[in-house]
Write a protein that binds this ligand. Structure first.
Ligand SMILES: [Zn+2]
Length: 64
């Protein structure tokens, strides 16, 4: 069975994961509620995109 001959060092694991880390997270402000959100996406707080309610957000404290 093909198996790795030796265990990876922690350093090697870290070097691999280093390239996957998130650099430069781009955030834009929601024009409706002012919260930070990803650009070109529906605001996770108010559910608005381009001034229209796209995803109705349930109010807090309410249980279904
Ligand atoms: Zn918003």
């Amino acid at each position: 069975m093909p198996n790795p001959k030796r265990k990876h060092s922690k350093s090697r694991t870290g070097k691999r994961r280093n390239s996957k880390k998130i650099r430069n997270v781009v955030l834009s402000k929601c024009p409706d509620c002012g919260a930070l959100k990803a650009p070109h996406s529906v605001c996770p707080k108010c559910g608005y995109y381009k001034g229209e309610l796209v995803v109705p957000i349930k109010e807090k404290g309410k249980k279904e």
